[in-house]
Design a protein around this ligand. Structure first.
Ligand SMILES: [Zn+2]
Length: 174
């Protein structure tokens, strides 16, 4: 096989894909992830019925909660942070740190459990991330975090539920 032809084809495909997605919607360039959990496919109105108004606004309309309002800012116990919509675990407490921003912050998400997209809401590109299972918006990831990753996963507290390690993780919502 001609290697140059092969590579050229791959690049063309990638560019066409990126352009296609971009013209569709600026905030929907979702990366694919390898799912090791059961799929979920609820409509927005089904989610609306299950969630509080604030949870729904953040998770499915990409609203941002006011800083310093989440009780999870002060949460320091060992445990797991799960998606408030579908209950998929997204962060472990040992990756949480105090970023001083007023939002719960982590230096790492559980691998494969989030997807990312570009977001141009503030006119500069930001990396939005969401639950890989239900698509619920969680927050934005920045490159000014602490070691070992240097990342800051800045999460809306209302989009997460904390399950202490003394408790039991709920079953994923069907
Ligand atoms: Zn979810």
């Amino acid at each position: 096989m001609d290697r140059r032809l092969f590579l050229g084809g791959a690049v063309a495909t990638t560019v066409a894909f990126a352009l296609g997605r971009h013209s569709m919607a600026a905030s929907e360039e979702t990366e694919s992830t390898t799912a090791d959990f059961p799929a979920i496919n609820k409509t927005k109105s089904e989610w609306k019925a299950l969630l509080t108004e604030q949870e729904y606004a953040v998770l499915f309309e990409e609203a941002t909660e006011r800083p310093w309002t989440s009780p999870l800012n002060k949460e320091k116990r060992d445990g797991t942070y799960i998606c408030a919509a579908c209950y998929l675990p997204l962060f472990h407490s040992d990756t949480k740190y105090d970023s001083g921003t007023g939002w719960p912050s982590f230096y790492q998400a559980i691998p494969g459990h989030t997807g990312t997209s570009r977001d141009w809401k503030l006119l500069i590109p930001r990396t939005e991330y969401h639950c890989a299972r239900c698509g619920g918006h969680q927050g934005h990831v920045f490159n000014d975090g602490p070691k070992p990753t240097g990342q800051r996963w800045c999460n809306n507290g209302v989009a997460l539920k904390f399950i202490p390690s003394s408790g039991e993780l709920p079953e994923l919502r069907a």
